[in-house]
Design a protein around this ligand. Structure first.
Ligand code: AMP
Length: 296
């Protein structure tokens, strides 16, 4: 595995890979890797000749007062995991490499970036779309892998890829969870034992609504209310809504097409998000995992 910190080094290394005709899979991350990241890396190594992982805590997607300074890091553990998983190139740039003095251009993502998480994190998705596009330009992957846990992020990335004609296919992999249901997240490291216990209400509420949906309940308001019941112990419920997973539009009334039930809460100062897919015809998981977005 090559560990690369500079852009020129990355370009040289990947040009050689591309020239040899190998396909490139790419998994962008902010590090402190866990089994959720590992599942994306495994998908990539299974489908592509070589896999590039980036570990970069992107400052422009954090707002003032958010957790940029204390975001958990363990570069040595990340390196070891990538090595074990057969990653070909690990890209770990410093912020100044990515945002040199004078950096001024960014991607406006439109209304989808103002919905759900965007309401509480103004500018977050501009930062995400800009860094992901920059990384796509640097790595020039054939396939890029994202997690369903960050559903809004995946929808925005698909939109950017389509709108800007980026030559990459986006694959979305299911959320990896702890045995008790909690969605894996680097930010779970912030949770006290008591907060971690309370956080189980998120997946409990989502799974209860998912079960009720599978039993035939179609009313978006009833399904969201069932989930909210389990969120009562949280410090804040930022949102708990049934949405169209491609546009993030909030749905009301009967759910008649693939939808997602999405939650964001704050617990002990930590923001946690999670979601489940709801598909009237049972194909939601497939729908979300295999939708490809290259100009299509
Ligand atoms: P992050 O390091 O949090 O920016 O996440 C990097 C990638 O890993 C994103 O595509 C996330 O959606 C994905 N990811 C994070 N947590 C999980 C999880 N529990 N299961 C699957 N993918 C995840």
């Amino acid at each position: 595995m090559r560990i690369v910190r500079s852009i020129p080094e990355l370009r040289v290394a990947l040009k050689a890979v591309r020239d040899s005709g190998q396909s490139i899979g790419f998994v962008p991350t902010m590090g402190f890797l866990h089994e959720g990241h590992a599942s994306l890396i495994r998908q990539s190594t299974a489908r592509c000749d070589t896999t590039v992982v980036s570990v970069f805590i992107n400052p422009t997607q954090f707002g003032p007062g958010e957790d940029l300074a204390r975001y958990p890091r363990d570069l040595e553990r990340d390196q070891n995991l990538c090595l074990r998983l057969g990653v070909g190139t690990l890209f770990m740039p410093e912020p100044a490499e990515i945002y040199p003095t004078g950096f001024a251009t960014s991607i406006e993502v439109g209304p989808m970036g103002d919905a759900l998480c965007g309401q509480f994190r103004p500018g977050h998705f501009r930062g995400v779309a800009t860094i992901v596009t920059k990384l796509f330009n640097l790595v020039q992957p054939d396939l890029a892998f994202f997690g369903q846990k960050d559903l809004q992020q995946t929808s925005i990335i698909r939109r950017v890829v389509k709108d800007l004609n980026l030559p990459v296919d986006i694959l979305v992999a299911p959320t990896v969870r702890e045995a008790d249901g909690l969605a894996l997240s680097s930010r779970n490291a912030y949770l006290s034992p008591k907060a971690r216990q309370l956080a189980l209400g998120i997946s409990r509420g989502l799974f209860a609504a998912e079960r009720r949906f599978q039993e035939g309940e179609r009313d978006a308001g009833i399904l969201a209310a069932m989930t909210r019941q389990e969120l009562r112990g949280m410090d804040a419920i930022q949102y708990c809504e049934v949405v169209d997973p491609l546009t993030m539009d909030i749905l009301s009334g009967a759910v008649g097409r693939p939808a997602a039930l999405c939650v964001a809460v704050v617990l002990d100062g930590t923001r946690l998000i999670d979601n489940v897919l709801l598909s009237p015809t049972g194909e939601a998981a497939q729908f979300i995992s295999h939708l490809e977005s290259r100009e299509g």
